[in-house]
Design a protein around this ligand. Structure first.
Ligand code: FES
Length: 569
């Protein structure tokens, strides 16, 4: 070994500090040789019973430990904040940056040489990657893996996607409340993340496309024994990476982010990938912008998974998973190093597809040109996005009259009013749901179709907001309008009755009113009073960047790899 390990500053010293660092760890029964200079591997765990999607991570941590011991390392598991998407209020996204801070400071403060990141539920993967990137020690991701396919009345049902459908069916009077309640038990049949191509599986797929996990990590079901084997192999590999000094900044290059954008189009991935990739790139020092997401524009949809298709993650796994998708992307993929040390294109080459209905060939896709579209115009000067693969083709070029909800409470109180003055051509506008406004940019952009229209059979309308949308959701939904209303963006100035034009093809989103009128409204505008005056939420609102910058905190971008030299005793 030519380089002194980082952990030696904790466990390698023959003085009082070394005694203290070793002795207290020995109270767990670790023998002397655990401190003989072998790599200390942190296992950063977001396991929690309040994050059901990550409830299998305790088992996977044991798999990682086996692999680390076997390879001659010393594994130590530690908890970080867990973010249960379906359980947290006001929204888990408010806390993504807090998790990232927790991960960063935990890795830095302890005597670790490398880290395995155990995450899964939506915000846990990007939060962990952001934090790990800012310390830049060798790191690999092991994901929770998806739940088994949901089953109800003999049919497959998908997390999230079918909840939205069932809920609209109940509102339309097409589904009984008893059936609605019965379906919830069949939907979530095992540990694991949503088994649609929601945000969790999207981020796991992009992690694999970026080379930050071992192959097949994204799609193996949470309860498949091969996931435990993958955790074991990851434990083996992370020990080798310490000696190779293979860091996140070596793997998450600009090329890796571009591969993630291409892969996101091919899998029909979540719109949430945009804010997460931008934030991770900001940590690792890659100058990624919203414009870079246009790279995915011409990539076809290859993966036939909900919400853009009809299958689920278990089917995607059995069809071959991400290696097949990356192989189909072929020459579109950029050369980029993976945690295995080789090139991503080599790892994908020759991957065999076992079901062409689930993963389509590049030249016979499910939909052509499926990537997210970036929109600009006077209503979104810094950009907005739309996911055409989950939208209605007929609405992607649409001009209509705005009906405005000033905030989420206004929308919830009025959306089902019988006298709501809306038609199928109306454009629904929702304000106050951006990073600062809500705060935390919740997944409410796919606001429900007004009840009176649902009952007429309407299932989609153009909707515009500064919010995000669940990766499991669908519809002609314009999201992440920047700047947001609370930051004084033009969205704040829209009034009911204004005309709005959306053209996804041209990449435009425009408020069709004269500039002079906009200036008059702007002069009269003032932000809402802050909803929080203390604690983390106060810090978040004061420092959060807008969605087009990834909604990280302004003082957390970049990294700090300096050694910690001061002792606590
Ligand atoms: Fe956790 Fe979907 S809610 S992965």
């Amino acid at each position: 070994m030519t380089k002194t390990r980082r952990s030696a500053a904790w466990y390698g010293k023959l003085d009082r500090d070394g005694f203290i660092h070793r002795s207290w760890m020995k109270n767990q029964g670790f023998p002397d040789h655990a401190f003989d200079g072998r790599p200390v591997i942190g296992i950063c765990n977001t396991w929690s019973e309040l994050t059901p999607c990550n409830s299998g991570l305790r088992d996977l941590a044991e798999g990682v430990k086996r692999g680390v011991w076997e390879a001659g390392g010393f594994p130590v598991e530690f908890p970080v904040m867990s973010l249960g998407e379906t359980q947290m209020k006001p929204t888990a996204m408010l806390f993504r940056n807090l998790l990232a801070m927790d991960v960063e400071e935990s890795i830095r403060a302890y005597g670790l040489d490398a880290v395995v990141l155990l995450g899964g539920c939506d915000k846990t993967t990007p939060g962990q990657l952001m934090g790990a990137a800012s310390v830049d020690l060798p790191a690999i991701v092991v994901s929770s893996g998806p739940m088994l396919n949901g089953k109800w009345k003999g049919e497959d049902i998908g997390s999230g996607t079918d909840v939205w459908k069932f809920s609209e069916a109940v509102r339309a009077g097409d589904m009984s409340l008893q059936d609605f309640m019965a379906a919830e038990s069949g939907m979530s049949r095992s540990k694991g993340v949503c088994m649609t191509m929601g945000t969790a599986s999207t981020m796991a797929s992009l992690v694999e496309a970026m080379g930050m996990s071992l192959p097949t990590n994204a799609a193996l079901p949470a309860v498949d024994s091969r996931r435990m084997a993958l955790a074991h192999l990851t434990g083996n590999r992370i020990v080798e990476m310490v000696d190779e000094d293979l860091k996140p900044s070596d793997v998450m290059s600009r090329a890796a982010f571009e591969n993630a954008i291409l892969a996101n189009a091919a899998v029909g991935g979540s719109t949430n990938a945009v804010v997460h990739l931008l934030a991770i790139a900001g940590r690792v020092g890659v100058d990624l912008t919203l414009k870079d997401f246009e790279l995915g524009g011409e990539i076809p949809l290859l993966v036939n998974c909900m919400p853009s298709g009809s299958y689920l993650m278990e089917d995607f796994c059995y069809a071959g998973g991400m290696p097949v998708v990356l192989n189909e992307l072929g020459d579109h993929l950029r050369p980029a190093k993976t945690v295995l040390g080789g090139d991503i294109r080599a790892y994908a080459e020759g991957a065999e597809c076992h079901n062409r209905d689930v993963i389509r060939p590049f030249d016979d896709p499910l939909k052509p040109a499926a990537g997210l579209r970036v929109l600009r115009g006077n209503l979104a000067p810094d950009g907005a996005i739309i996911k055409p693969s989950a939208a209605s083709d007929a609405l992607l070029d649409h001009e209509g009259t705005a009906y405005v909800f000033e905030n989420i409470e206004d929308m919830k109180a009025n959306i089902d009013r019988d006298d709501l003055p809306v038609t199928p051509d109306t454009i629904l506008v929702l304000k106050g749901c951006g990073p600062k406004g809500y705060p935390g940019m919740p997944e409410v952009g796919n606001m429900p179709i007004p009840k009176k229209l649902v009952q007429q059979g309407v299932r989609d309308m153009v909707r515009v907001s500064d919010a995000r949308m669940s990766g499991t959701a669908y519809g002609t939904v314009v999201l992440h309008v920047s700047p947001e209303a609370q930051a004084g963006g033009a969205l704040a100035l829209v009034k009911t009755g204004d005309r709005i034009r959306l053209s996804a093809v041209e990449g435009r989103l425009d408020l069709l009113i004269p500039e002079a009128e906009l200036a008059t409204r702007r002069a009269a505008w003032a932000p809402d009073p802050p909803r929080y005056d203390r604690g983390y939420a106060r810090m978040y609102v004061d420092h959060v960047l807008q969605a087009d910058k990834g909604a990280d905190l302004d003082f957390l971008t970049g990294k700090d790899t300096r050694p910690v030299t001061r002792e606590s005793h």
